[in-house]
Design a protein around this ligand. Structure first.
Ligand code: HEC
Length: 191
């Protein structure tokens, strides 16, 4: 515990309180006008990702061990459906400025479009599940790209997963002040 606290303090060296240091967290990409496309993403994946993460998505183990040289991106050992990366905006933002290995913010290797599509391809694949049914007691607080209903807005799970996200964000913006309970009631009445 002492070690972890020391590490956290060290990470915060020279960072003013309540200030987010530049470059921390995951970059927020501009959204696409269309839904992100797993088929287009497959082409990006084949060309720029599978040499390390493998065509199977299972990654690559260090020979004779259970640790990875290249982590799995889908399948039973990958991140589960509750992980931050299962939200498309996080995966696309991470990949845009960190992958293929060696890419940086200053020297990205993918376009925004490629990042969204390859993210769609990866997140269209099977991965471990998790019970998320109690994660959002306030349904209106679900992020625009949380891919599981119920939602307070009228958009499908598919659109919440792959976009386009602008209509969802716009809807959320215009309905911000209304009580989430009322909205859900309206939604259920329409079913
Ligand atoms: C040269 C090898 C290499 C290539 C090519 C590569 N990656 Fe990676 N990737 C890695 C390594 C190594 C890591 C582990 C994190 C690190 O070391 O930064 C990683 C981590 C990741 C992660 C995080 C996984 C997790 O569970 O935290 C994602 C997502 C990812 N890569 C996606 C991609 C995508 C998409 C591409 C293609 C655009 C790609 N990678 C190309 C080597 C590679």
């Amino acid at each position: 515990m002492r070690g972890i606290l020391t590490y956290i303090k060290w990470l915060g060296t020279d960072v003013p309180r309540k200030k987010m240091p530049r470059g921390s967290g995951i970059f927020k990409l501009k959204g696409l006008k269309r839904a992100a496309d797993p088929d287009k993403g497959l082409a990006v994946y084949t060309q720029k990702c599978q040499s390390c993460h493998q065509a199977s998505g299972a990654g690559l183990l260090v020979a004779g061990t259970s640790s990875y040289v290249y982590p799995p991106l889908w399948g039973s050992n990958s991140y589960n459906i509750g992980a931050g990366l299962f939200r498309l905006s996080n995966l696309a933002g991470y990949v845009r400025y960190n992958m293929p290995l060696g890419a940086t913010y200053e020297r990205p290797q993918l376009t925004d479009e490629e990042a969204w599509d390859v993210a769609a391809y990866i997140n269209s694949k099977p991965r471990p599940t998790l019970d998320l049914s109690r994660d959002w007691p306030n349904l209106a607080g679900k992020p625009f790209d949380h891919p599981f209903g119920p939602f307070t807005d009228p958009f499908s799970e598919k659109q919440h997963k792959y976009g386009p996200f602008k209509p969802i964000k716009d809807w959320k913006e215009t309905h911000k002040k209304k009580s989430p309970k009322k909205l859900l009631k309206n939604q259920l009445a329409q079913l």
